[in-house]
Design a protein around this ligand. Structure first.
Ligand code: PEP
Ligand code: MG
Length: 855
C-alpha cells in the first residue's frame, strides 16, 4: 500500500499571504492584520481548518517543513484559531522544541535558571495537554534543575518512554492532540452554547516563541486602553517579569502596573520606551483595526513582541461607549456604530439600581448574574409569574434553578433568584439576555418548593407573595422594597440613540398610565404616549370609593353624582400627563375593564364596602353577584360599557377636554387622541363619536375656548380588523391592541395560557408564546388586512401597534414593513425600539446598495 504523503498545506503569515477568517480562523487573520500594521509580531505559520481536520483524521503534517520556516532550532507555540474568538479551543502549548540539546545551549546564552524554567514549562505543558497526564504530578512550585529532572522522570515513569527529544515529533504530537480535542464532546457543547455551528472548524497558528524568560527586562503582559466596564479611556492590564503565556492571570498579585501608579511599580517607570511603543501599537490597532483591542505582549531582554490581540471583552455599557467614541473620532461611521450595538443589550443599561444610601436589609447572598435591581412579590413557579404579570404586579421568580421551560416565567418576572447555578447557568444566561436582574447560586437561602417558602440562614421565612428586592449588581437579596436609583443614562447612550433617531423611519411612542411612566417615557425620548390605560387611575384608595359608588348607583343621576366626584381627579391626571409630555401626542384609551374588577372579592372586603357605602351587606353582595360574568374578558367591557353606561366616557371626555383648556391657558398646547377600546362594529364608533362631539361642544361653550381632538379605535377583535374599512370612516387612527387581538384570534385566554403554553411550545404546536412574539402568520395577517382596508377608506389614517409586542424588534420590523406610523411599547423598551428601528432602516439601505451594485 502506498503511504500517504505528509500534508504541506501551511502558510507563513505575511502581509500578502492568502489568509481568511473562514479558511484559517480569526486569530490567524488578526495576526496578519497586526503584521500589516508593521507590529513586532514573531514569525507565525497558519494551518488552515482543512489541514487541522486532516490531522485529526490521522494524516501527518510536514512538521520539519513548518519548523524550517523559523530558522535553526526554534522554540514555537501553538494556539487555536477558530472562526470566532468566543468559541474557545484547546489550550495553547508553549516552548515546543525544547530538548536536552536546546537546554544546554540556553544555559550558555540565558543562564541555568532561564533554561531550566523554559524546559520545565514545556515538559509540564506537554505532559498535561498532550500526554494528558495528571496535572498535579507536574505542578511547578519553583523552577530548578531538580524540578526539571523530577518532571522528566515522572513523564518517563507514566509513559514508559523518554520525553520526546525530536522537535518535529513534539510539534506533530501537539498538533494532533489539539486537532482531536476540538472534536471532543465537551468542547463541542461548550462552543455550541456560545453560538458556534455544529460543523465549526478549527485553524491553528504556530508562532516563534517570544520567551519572556531570560536576560534583562523580560516578561509578559496584557494591555488595553479602555475600562472594560465603563468603556472610558483608561490603560488597564499588568506586566509580570520572567513569565510567559497565561501565567500572569494566575499571578496577578506579583505583576506590576502598566502606567505610573502610586500603589506600586509600573512598566512605564521600568521601561518608558517600551511602554511608549505599546501605547503606539494600541492606538494603531484602534485606528486601523477600528476596534479597541487587548494586546498580549512579551518582552525579551527589552525587546517588545506583540504576540496576539483580541477585541477587548466588554460590558454592554462599555460596548456602547466604544462604538460612539470610535464614530466621534471618525474611525467608524455613525451607521456602523449603530449597527455594532445590539438593541437588546440596551435593556441592561436601563435598570434601576438599589440606592447605596438607603437602608439594606440583606437576607441572603448569591452570584450577581445579571445587573440591575428589581422589587416584587415572591412567586415560585413560572405559571404564577405569568399570572402576576397579567395582573400588572411585579414579581420575583424564585426557583431552585431554572430550565428552558421557565423562559416564559422569566419574561414575566421583574427579577429572578435561584438557589443553584453559576454565571453560565440557565437563569444567569437568560437573565442577562433579557436584561433581567438576576441572582443565582444563593445557597445560603433554603428553598422549600413544596411549602412555598424561603428560609434564610438566620431563620427568617419568606412566603409566596412577600416582597423582596434582588440586587443583580451586588448579588444581595433584600427584604422588602429597597430604595432605588433611576438608571444612569450617560452621554454616550443619548448620543447613540440620537443617531438612531436620525436614521429610523418609524415612530416610537410609549405606553404610559401614570405620571411616573410618562416621565420615564420622556427620559427615554419617546415621541409621545401611544397608550394611556385610564382604568389604572381609579385604583387609588380615594378614587376606588368614588368608583364603587358609581358602580352601585341605581339611577343615571346617582351615577352622574359619583362621576362628578371623579371628574376633577381625572382632569388633574390629564393635566399632569400633558404637562410632562410638553405638546407631544398623548393617546388616551377610554375605560376598558369589566366593572366588577373594581369590587372587593372577599367577604371582608364586601363588609367594608357596605359600611363605606352605608348599604346593607346583602345588597352589596347581590350587586356584586349581578355584575359577575361567566367570561368577563368577552363580556361587558371596553366600548360595550361605554355604550351601556355612557356617563363614564362622558366624564372622561370632559376631563380630557378641560385638561386641554387648562394646559392651553398655562401656555401649553395639546391635541389629545381619544381611543375607543374593544370595538367590533362601526356603529359603536358612531355612538361614541356622537357623545364625544357633544361633550366637546359643551366644554367649548362653557369655557369659551376652542380646541381640537382626534378620535380613534383600538383594533383588538378580529372583526374590527376585518371591518377596518368601515370603522376608519369615523376614526382618524387605528391602534392594534395585539394582546387582546392575540387572545381573540387564538381563542386563548391571556390570563390562563401559562398553564399549557410550555407544553404547546415544547411540542411545537406554537413556535413561540404568541403573547410574547407576534404571531405573524395569523394575528399578523389581521394586522395587514386591517391596515390595508383602513387605509383604503382613509389614506391618511394613522396606524400603530400598542400591545406588548410593540417593543420587540421582530414586531417593529413587521409593522414597519406594513407601513405603520409608529409602535408603542413599555417605557423601558423605548431605547431598544429606537435602536432596533434604526437597524432596520440601515439594513434596508445596505440591501439597496447591494442591489444597486449588482445591477
Ligand atoms: C391590548 O389588548 O393589546 C392592549 C394594549 O390593551 P390591554 O393590554 O390593556 O388589554
Ligand atoms: Mg386590550
Amino acid at each position: 500500500m502506498q503511504k500517504l504523503q505528509p500534508i504541506t498545506d501551511f502558510t507563513e503569515i505575511s502581509p500578502s499571504a492568502k489568509i481568511t477568517t473562514e479558511s484559517h480562523g480569526w486569530r490567524a487573520k488578526c495576526l496578519q492584520r497586526l503584521v500589516r500594521l508593521d507590529m513586532p509580531v514573531p514569525r507565525t505559520v497558519a494551518l488552515s481548518a482543512q489541514t487541522v481536520q486532516d490531522i485529526a483524521a490521522g494524516r501527518s503534517l510536514d512538521c520539519e517543513g513548518v519548523l524550517a520556516c523559523f530558522g535553526a532550532a526554534p522554540l514555537v507555540s501553538v494556539r487555536p484559531s477558530p472562526a470566532e474568538p468566543d468559541w474557545g479551543g484547546p489550550s495553547t502549548v508553549l516552548n515546543i522544541g525544547m530538548n536536552a540539546a536546546r537546554h544546554a545551549e540556553l544555559v550558555k546564552t540565558q543562564g541555568q535558571a532561564a533554561a531550566d524554567s523554559l524546559y520545565l514549562r514545556f515538559v509540564q505543558g506537554y505532559a498535561v495537554h498532550v500526554a494528558r497526564l495528571d496535572p498535579d504530578m507536574f505542578e511547578i512550585a519553583e523552577p530548578s534543575a531538580e524540578a526539571l529532572r523530577d518532571a522528566l522522570r515522572a513523564y518517563r515513569d507514566e509513559m514508559d518512554e523518554d520525553f520526546p527529544e525530536d522537535p518535529a515529533r513534539q510539534l506533530a504530537e501537539v498538533l494532533r492532540s489539539m486537532a482531536r480535542a476540538w472534536g471532543g464532546t465537551s468542547a463541542r457543547l461548550l462552543r455550541q452554547s456560545k453560538g458556534a455551528p455544529e460543523d465549526a472548524a478549527l485553524g491553528l497558528v504556530v508562532q516563534e516563541m517570544a520567551q519572556g524568560i531570560g536576560q534583562g527586562i523580560s516578561g509578559s503582559g496584557v494591555i488595553q486602553f479602555i475600562d472594560p466596564v465603563t468603556g472610558l479611556e483608561q490603560v488597564t492590564g499588568r506586566f509580570l517579569g520572567q513569565s510567559q503565556g497565561t501565567e500572569i492571570k494566575d499571578r496577578v498579585k506579583d505583576a506590576i502596573y502598566l502606567t505610573r501608579d502610586p500603589r506600586g511599580p509600573s512598566l512605564e517607570d521600568l521601561a518608558p520606551e517600551i511602554f511608549e511603543s505599546l501605547a503606539r501599537q494600541g492606538s494603531a490597532c484602534r485606528t486601523k483595526l477600528r476596534e479597541e483591542m487587548q494586546i498580549e505582549f512579551t518582552i525579551d531582554d527589552s525587546k517588545l513582541a506583540v504576540i496576539d490581540a483580541v477585541r477587548v471583552p466588554r460590558s454592554s455599557r462599555a460596548g456602547l461607549r466604544i462604538a460612539v467614541d470610535l464614530a466621534k473620532d471618525g474611525i467608524i461611521t455613525r451607521e456602523e456604530a449603530l449597527l455594532r450595538v445590539e438593541p437588546r443589550a440596551l435593556s441592561e443599561l436601563l435598570h434601576p439600581q438599589v440606592d447605596p444610601r438607603g437602608p439594606r436589609d440583606v437576607v441572603g447572598r448569591g452570584i450577581a448574574a445579571s445587573p440591575g435591581a428589581a422589587t416584587g412579590r415572591i412567586v415560585f413557579s413560572s405559571a404564577a409569574a405569568q399570572a402576576s404579570a397579567s395582573r400588572g404586579e411585579p414579581c420575583i421568580l424564585v426557583r431552585r434553578e431554572t430550565a428552558p421551560e421557565d423562559i416564559r416565567g422569566m419574561h414575566s418576572a421583574a427579577g429572578v433568584l435561584t438557589e443553584r447555578g453559576g454565571m453560565t447557568s440557565h437563569a444567569a444566561v437568560i437573565g442577562r439576555g433579557l436584561g433581567l436582574p438576576c441572582i443565582v447560586g444563593a445557597s445560603d437561602l433554603s428553598f422549600d418548593a413544596k411549602d412555598l417558602k424561603v428560609t434564610t440562614k438566620s431563620g427568617r421565612v419568606f412566603k409566596e407573595g412577600d416582597i423582596i428586592t434582588v440586587d443583580g449588581t451586588t448579588g444581595e437579596v433584600l427584604a422588602g422594597a429597597a430604595e432605588m436609583l433611576p438608571p444612569a443614562l450617560d452621554d454616550a447612550f443619548r448620543t447613540l440613540l440620537s443617531w438612531a433617531d436620525d436614521v429610523r423611519d418609524i415612530g416610537i411612542r410609549a405606553n404610559a398610565d401614570t405620571p411616573a411612566d410618562a416621565q420615564t417615557a420622556r427620559n427615554f425620548e419617546a415621541q409621545g404616549i401611544g397608550l394611556c390605560r385610564t382604568e389604572h387611575m381609579f385604583f387609588e384608595e380615594a378614587r376606588l370609593v368614588a368608583m364603587r359608588e358609581m358602580i352601585f348607583a341605581d339611577t343615571p343621576e346617582d351615577r352622574a353624582t359619583a362621576l362628578a366626584r371623579l371628574l376633577p381627579m381625572q382632569r388633574a391626571d390629564f393635566v399632569q400627563l400633558f404637562e410632562i409630555m410638553q405638546g407631544l401626542p398623548v393617546c388616551i384609551r377610554l375605560f376598558d375593564p369589566p366593572l366588577h374588577e373594581f369590587l372587593p372579592h372577599s367577604r371582608e372586603g364586601m363588609r367594608e364596602l357596605a359600611e363605606a357605602l352605608d348599604k346593607p351587606l346583602s345588597e352589596v353582595m347581590r350587586r356584586a353577584e349581578a355584575l359577575a360574568e361567566f367570561n368577563p374578558m368577552l363580556g361587558m367591557r371596553g366600548v360595550r360599557l361605554g355604550i351601556v353606561l355612557p356617563e363614564i366616557y362622558d366624564m372622561q371626555a370632559q376631563a380630557i377636554f378641560e385638561a386641554v383648556i387648562e394646559v392651553a391657558r398655562r401656555g401649553g398646547s395639546i391635541v389629545p387622541e381619544i381611543m375607543i377600546p374593544l370595538v367590533s362594529a362601526k356603529r359603536e364608533v358612531e355612538l361614541v363619536k356622537m357623545r364625544m362631539d357633544a361633550v366637546a361642544a359643551k366644554v367649548r361653550a362653557a369655557k369659551g375656548m376652542d380646541f381640537a381632538f382626534k378620535l380613534g379605535v383600538m383594533v383588538e377583535t378580529p372583526r374590527a380588523a376585518l371591518r377596518a374599512g368601515d370603522i376608519a370612516q369615523h376614526a382618524s387612527f387605528l391602534s392594534f391592541g395585539t394582546n387582546d387581538l392575540t387572545q381573540m384570534t387564538y381563542g386563548l385566554s391571556r390570563d390562563d395560557a401559562g398553564r399549557f403554553m410550555n407544553t404547546y411550545v415544547q411540542q411545537g404546536v406554537y413556535p413561540e408564546d404568541p403573547f410574547h412574539m407576534l404571531d405573524v402568520d395569523g394575528v399578523g395577517e389581521l394586522l395587514l388586512i386591517g391596515a390595508e382596508r383602513g387605509r383604503q377608506m382613509r389614506e391618511k389614517l394613522t396606524l400603530s401597534i400598542c400591545g406588548e409586542h410593540g417593543g420587540n424588534p421582530e414586531s417593529i420590523a413587521f409593522c414597519r414593513k406594513a407601513g405603520f406610523d409608529y409602535v408603542s411599547c413599555s417605557p423601558y423598551r423605548v431605547p431598544l425600539a429606537r435602536l432596533a428601528a434604526a437597524h432596520l432602516a440601515l439594513l434596508d439601505r445596505l440591501d439597496e446598495s447591494v442591489d444597486e451594485t449588482m445591477l
